[in-house]
Design a protein around this ligand. Sequence first.
Ligand code: FE
Length: 196
Amino acid sequence: MSTTEEHLSPALRTEALEQLLTERGLVDPAVMDKFIATYETAVGPMNGAKVVARAWVDPEYQQRLLGDGTAAIKELGFGGPQGEHIVVVRNTPQEHNVVVCTLCSCYPWPVLGLPPSWYKDPAYRARVVREPRTVLAEMGLDLPDDVPITVRDSSTEVRWFVLPERPAGTEDLGEEELAALVTRDAMVGVAKVAAP
Ligand code: FE
């Protein structure tokens, strides 16, 4: 038998929680609204896509990005909560990285926004560590058996970010056109960037 609370939708529960916190003077609803609006519109995977495109066209930027992700991302104006220590790893045809937070849902907000629901799903978090190749195949990414997969576990200390491989046939594209190709999933490592 389930209790009444379990029947309440997450939206209702959140609203109740916000009301309680507001009543007790612990949060300011105006600040919360601004925060939510920011992550709904201004901060999202489009930021990460700009970082990736810059790294593809500028080898020196790419070096800085792989050397100190947080600082190189800051160069493009992105930073803030959950972005204090971002470590960037590069996916190539020879090696693949995929990101998870096994404990909860740590995620590099300044470059990717808020995590998608599958990223927070206990099944993804547990399985991608044990059987990454199978999980990636189920998500539509079939990797050759000889390509090693490294699972990167994000935490409060480190937020991992994947620099995906630049697809073939994009040699003539400019930075903005390249950025438009880059998807959130490719920057988490559960997909590749498709050629246009
Ligand atoms: Fe977490």
